[in-house]
Unconditional design. Structure first.
Length: 423
């Protein structure tokens, strides 16, 4: 099996090893693979059989689906491994949203603590295949952490561009720990992305932001693994946070391909959830995507604090093809949802909680029925943004309803008994 890259704008075809980040016309590229030798039930059985294998590729929740990811790369794969993240049912979270059938796909269980590892295993593998001398990305934190880790595994120099003062410390620490050359840019994420694209063009480094089509191939496996965990029964809805729209594009692509190959017989509806202060895609949805919007982003959910999303056109197609919706939630709603998720013993970073807050909001609006089968994707680990977590519980005044204030006491049993009595 082989692959090629196709421009979504003009249709031009590029070899699978062509290193260009975009088509010469400026359009985004998509990876297309030769059809696998088996489809339908036989392909499902092949994927399911690999779950019990000890082969290193099969143990990855990305490369287990390699026929649909990058079939010709098997001997050069850079893997931790990644994926194999849990699908969780937690009654307190479901009750809070009003959706009894809610389950959570927790991508925070990936090696560097976010879904970005799925895209980076493929992107860095491709960098190795084309003989790249260095890799680079702009990031709000998670992309930088994942690229730093996978670049280190591949022995490639890594440049990450992050907006100074706007990256959660947990994520910045990872980039430094994994050895990436970390550049703090005086500007927002969108300024970082413009700069890294210029650097990629002029200095010849391989760009690994979500405009890279091989990143999308890895991120598709969130949906493929989710479907596999559901016994290939399709949920009614998949809800997820939306920032740069890479996952919106990847999820739609995964579902379209899964249906064509007979893995599923219908499509779920996608619910892309944006923070109200960083919601250009939601503005576009309200107008039927008649035009592209750009905003100055501001939200506590730094992972989706993006005002000019790169994967706009691909994401529009995903929403249209799945009869999906794009909704917004406020920072207060995000933090409340996070507190509910955390208190259930699951935990997530603020951007992840946008998906759960969005499910609750869509249920309140009557868009999601109470009996619907819904999967909400949690994109990052609870420790990704300890600053936001501690601020919510220790510093916010007045104390939010779900704040869990630490209590300072004297070192006596009586002091403990007094607190124990209050609780």
């Amino acid at each position: 099996m082989s692959s090629l890259q196709v421009c979504a704008a003009c249709g031009d075809k590029l070899h699978e090893l062509d290193p260009r980040a975009r088509c010469d016309c400026g359009g985004l590229l998509e990876v297309r693979h030769d059809p696998p030798p088996v489809t339908g039930a036989a392909l499902r059985e092949r994927f399911d059989a690999r779950m019990g294998s000890l082969d290193p590729l099969d143990r990855s929740g990305v490369w287990r689906f390699r026929e649909l990811v990058l079939p010709s790369a098997a001997d050069q794969v850079v893997s931790h491994p990644e994926g194999n993240t849990p699908l969780l049912a937690r009654a307190p979270i479901a009750d809070w949203t009003g959706i009894a059938g809610l389950r959570l796909k927790h991508e925070g269980h990936n090696p560097t603590g976010s879904f970005k590892d799925r895209g980076m295993t493929v992107g860095v593998t491709q960098a190795r295949r084309i003989g790249s001398r260095a890799v680079a990305c702009a990031s709000t934190g998670n992309t930088a952490a994942a690229l730093a880790a996978y670049g280190a595994q591949a022995g490639l120099p890594v440049l990450v561009f992050v907006p100074t003062g706007q990256v959660a410390l947990g994520k910045l620490a990872q980039s430094l720990a994994y050895g990436a050359k970390t550049l703090l840019v005086r500007g927002d994420f969108d300024a970082c992305l413009r700069l890294v694209q210029q650097v990629a063009d002029e200095l010849g480094v391989y760009l690994l932001n979500s405009i890279n089509p091989f990143r999308v191939e890895g991120q598709k496996t969130i949906v493929l693994e989710l479907l596999q965990q559901c016994g290939w029964r399709v949920p009614d809805w998949i809800a997820f946070p939306a920032g740069n729209l890479g996952n919106t594009a990847a999820f739609g692509k995964a579902l379209a391909e899964a249906r064509v190959l007979g893995l599923i017989d219908r499509l779920p509806r996608l619910a892309a959830i944006q923070a109200a202060g960083a919601a250009p895609f939601a503005l576009g949805f309200q107008e039927g995507f008649a035009r592209r919007h750009r905003v100055t982003a501001e939200t506590v959910a730094t992972a989706i604090k993006i005002g000019d999303p790169a994967s706009w056109d691909r994401a529009v197609r995903s929403i249209r093809e799945t009869n999906g919706v794009v909704a917004t939630v406020t920072d207060a709603e995000i933090l409340e949802a996070k507190a509910i998720v955390d208190a259930a013993g699951v935990g997530c970073e603020p951007a992840s909680a946008a998906s759960v807050a969005g499910v609750k909001a869509l249920r309140a609006r009557g868009i999601i029925a109470p009996e619907a089968d819904v999967v909400a994707v949690l994109t990052g680990h609870v420790l990704k943004d300890p600053g936001a977590l501690l601020s919510y519980h220790r510093e916010t005044e007045p104390a939010p309803a779900h704040a869990n204030r630490p209590i300072e006491i004297e070192p006596t049993v009586a002091a403990v008994a007094a607190v124990f009595g209050r609780s």
